[in-house]
Design a protein. Sequence first.
Length: 307
Amino acid sequence: MTCRFTIPASARPTLLLGLLVALAACQKPEPAPQRAVVRPDTGFRTPESALWDAAGGVYLLSNINGSPLDKDDNGFISRIDPLGRPVLWRWITGADTSLSLNAPKGMAIKGDTLFVADIDVVRLFQRSTGAPLGERPVPGATFLNDVAVGPDGTVYVTDSGLRADAAGFAPSGTDAVWRFGSGGVAEPVARDTSLGRPNGILAERDGLTVVTFGSGAVYRLDARGRRTDLLRPPKGGLDGVVRANDGSLLVSSWEGKAVYRLGSVVGPWTVAVDSVESPADIGYNTQSGEVAIPIFNRNTLVLRPVR
């Protein structure tokens, strides 16, 4: 038996409006939950930099495991799956007698080689196995911090210009952005204390984007080291910088306890992730659109969707 009914013409507009409102409510995305991995006793130790290894399908997380300036050979790098679960806590470790790793910080991948900043040298490892492949010293450097690889394969590293003193840290005057030229020899792109303790670095076709821990500035450097300032984020203590899938710039800020987003050069900056204390060098999963945030002072890794 077939049942038929008729909606009066006078009621159709109201009914249609109600259906549209209900449909919009159903399609509205729920706020993305924060996902965190915390291993205070057996896991992370002063996590500093997260890097998405697209070929391996894992996050790499550098762990200083102590002071950022101690040459104690106890640093390590963890392999973490896309859900934040450990694959290998100490995949590359200074405890291995076949290699040295003191206070690993920023990382970058070129082909099948992993580059890791470690105080005054950049160490090289095989991307899939972690086998050591040598090192590239940076003469006079005191606090190598982040590494980036340009589209042409050039490797860059920042020196935040810090040294240890009785109060903790003090300026060393070695603020610089370096690149490795032919033969792996370090040469300065820019070298001056006006760089403001450069920290995170992003290498793209039109130049370098640098974020600063000391001055809170964000600027571009061309191949000659000529500087163009960008709009400043709301707060300073800037650490990591990545490019999101939508083209926006993501920058972590210790002072703001946030990850800020810059959608265009004219701004404004907006908050992409809030309530993250001591957010260090962030990574970005280009497959899931998540940002990986090492929580430096709490031995924690936070994964947050950024759409």
